[in-house]
Write a protein that binds this ligand. Sequence first.
Ligand code: URA
Length: 427
Amino acid sequence: MLRIKRGVAHELCQFVAMHVPTIIARKREGEELSSKEISKIIQAYAADELPDYQMAALAMAIYFRGMNSREIADLTRAMMDSGERFEHRDGHPPVVDKHSTGGIGDKVSLILAPLVACAGCWVPMVSGRGLGITGGTLDKLESIPRFQVRIPLDQASAQLEKIGVVMMGQTEKFCPADRKLYSLRDVTGTVPSIALITASIMSKKLAESLDRLVLDVKYGSGAFMKNLEQATALAASMSEVGKAMGVEIHTSLNAMDEPLGRAVGNALEVAESIDCLNGGGPEDLRKIVLDLSEMITTTPRVQLEKWLDDGTAREKFDQIVIAQNGNPDDLNRLLEIHRAPIIRDVIAGHGGTVQRADAGMIGQASLQLGCGRAKASDEVDFAVGFDQLVKCGESIHAGQAVCRIHARSAVDFEMAEALIERAVVIG
Ligand code: URA
């Protein structure tokens, strides 16, 4: 039998037309893909010339086999180049952003984007939808009636010029490769891959033409990276790609063992963000917003706190809502607009201290309630989820509520209640 050595096979692949099944099989066997192969695959996928089933198979091969740093950089660049990029005018203010690798109840972007814009920075924040068990900023924003996240680039640039901040998603023209691959990964079990997460996040962030970026890298049961070691590797991978493209990168590693704040679910999280923008909200949420904002602005923390407390950041968020077709009056009645048919407490059977409120299980329960998707074509349910969640370290007594479930049906309530009873440990 004719055997061709690995390196030679790789060389030969440069000279034959791209044969996608061969490329998938080579990655399945742990081989390195060339820059040209990666770029052609991404171009074809963004142009709808490569079917989802082949891309899903390749994503699964990458998930199992990984990519080296050269392949990750190529994948990121190819995804960034699949669409347009922001081109900021000469003399623009510092252009900054933050991106989280995803967590449960992580609504930081909704508060940080307007807050940082108050500091005079431009924030062209491009976010994603729910991914796996984690919620997505775009789904949360769309719970605000008529809020528009699909914004053409010229309109986004004009909004930056006018109010200093825009919160938008990928479109057919802006990061189209990530737009497609992101929703494909969400429903094919291919999210927790360092290569795929790096390329997804950094392609969007680099297309924003940033000066400075802070990456909130989560680890724990409610994150894609289950431990600090994996999160450190992901942070290093994203930093390397960002720095090579001339962006000042800051990373912040944060545990995601319990949900952030006390609310999980699309409209419920917007409501909690509004509390924070009104100077209130849960302590852990306010703290991380301030920690990350400090890293990308030169503004002292006391000033950032003042803008949360005196309504300045809230006013900026209202400006975003108006600019993106929503009505700020809806923010105060969002939970009436999206009211689940069943809203009921889960009661603690005994008293003690909350030892654990497992983010992974609570995320799974939120997904099953309808906060996320099982198929790419699914609609998310804005009304469902949890609020008034207890936090680790708090004391509670028997008969006290552990959280409130917002469910579409009695069956959904019971499923979520059973998961919460396992997720929350009182000792
Ligand atoms: N956020 C993204 O934008 N992409 C990922 O893959 C994970 C989190």
